[in-house]
Design a protein around this ligand. Structure first.
Ligand code: GLN
Length: 288
């Protein structure tokens, strides 16, 4: 099979299987699996693939055609201009979560050390982006899903950040080794989809991504309730709690649920104008 034939085969089969961006996906699979730049697909269409290359492509095509997310098949996803390894057992980084990083960055100083907690760290993308933007910062990444934690470890290693991060398998917030009044920031993209809406998610998400990272309980707010209990204890005076949220339907409830020790500082809409981040701050003069 030549490169041009492989490209045609991928495009046609991806289209039949319902992949909307079949043309782009075909090229992404070719580049990744053959380890070539996109220009080579156009420059050397007559290049003959080896038997191993053809077999790898057909295997990847089978996985994608059966509904597995493209990023799992590629084994990587892009976030904050960086590459993160992903696969079964971890939520794929979403572009909206870059807003969480952007919002959280404002609470970490550039020229002095600080400590933050990423609660429900997933593949580690938000923590890694923050650590790379703040070279003096340290992070604790807490995650309940051991499979996700494995991906986070790989990604922190990949970006040279293991020396500034503690990865913690946490079953409940109380088991996280964080001292009282020690954090500048608690950042979190918790599961926030109401349980009853999980079955309506896109097939790729519903059938392949971990429900532990998606299902936020009956009203999607279970994790925020836990954060509201623990963040005021962990945060230093003037520290921030910055979270991703599911949309307008959660804003009002969260405003009411937040404890009086946290002051609402920001509500940030995403590019579709859906409320996507909220940030609270503990009182700068608080002694607790
Ligand atoms: N934004 C994700 C989705 O739409 C959900 C992530 C989450 O629950 N934190 O699938």
């Amino acid at each position: 099979m030549t490169l041009a034939e492989a490209r045609k085969l991928l495009r046609e089969n991806l289209k039949t299987s319902g992949a909307v961006n079949n043309i782009q996906e075909a090229d992404m699979l070719l580049c990744r699996l053959l380890n070539i730049p996109r220009a080579s697909i156009l420059g050397y269409p007559e290049k003959i693939l080896t038997a191993e290359e053809s077999a790898a492509l057909l295997k990847a095509l089978g996985r994608r055609a059966s509904g597995e997310p493209l990023q799992y098949v590629l084994g990587e996803a892009h976030f904050w201009g960086l590459t993160f390894e992903v696969g079964e057992g971890v939520l794929i980084p979403r572009p909206e979560t870059e807003l969480l990083v952007e919002t959280a960055l404002a609470s970490l100083p550039l020229s002095s050390p600080s400590l933050f907690l990423d609660w429900g760290a997933g593949c580690g993308c938000a923590a890694a982006a923050l650590l790379l933007e703040r070279p003096l910062a340290w992070a604790v990444l807490a995650e309940k899903n051991p499979l996700s934690l494995r991906w986070a470890w790989r990604n922190l290693k990949r970006h040279g950040l293991l020396g500034r991060a503690l990865l913690w398998h946490s079953r409940e917030p109380g088991d996280i080794p964080v001292e009282k009044n020690s954090l500048a920031l608690v950042v979190s993209n918790p599961p926030y989809i109401p349980t009853g809406e999980i079955s309506d998610l896109m097939r790729e998400v519903r059938d392949h991504e971990p429900h532990l990272a998606l299902d936020g309980g009956p009203d999607g707010l279970d994790c925020y309730q836990a954060l509201f209990r623990f963040a005021p204890l962990w945060l230093k005076a003037g520290g921030f709690l910055t979270v991703e949220i599911g949309g307008a339907f959660q804003v009002e409830r969260l405003r009411l649920l937040a404890p009086p020790s946290l002051y609402l500082m920001k509500e940030v809409p995403d590019y579709a104008d859906i409320p996507r981040c909220m940030a609270w701050r503990t009182s700068p003069s608080s002694l607790s």
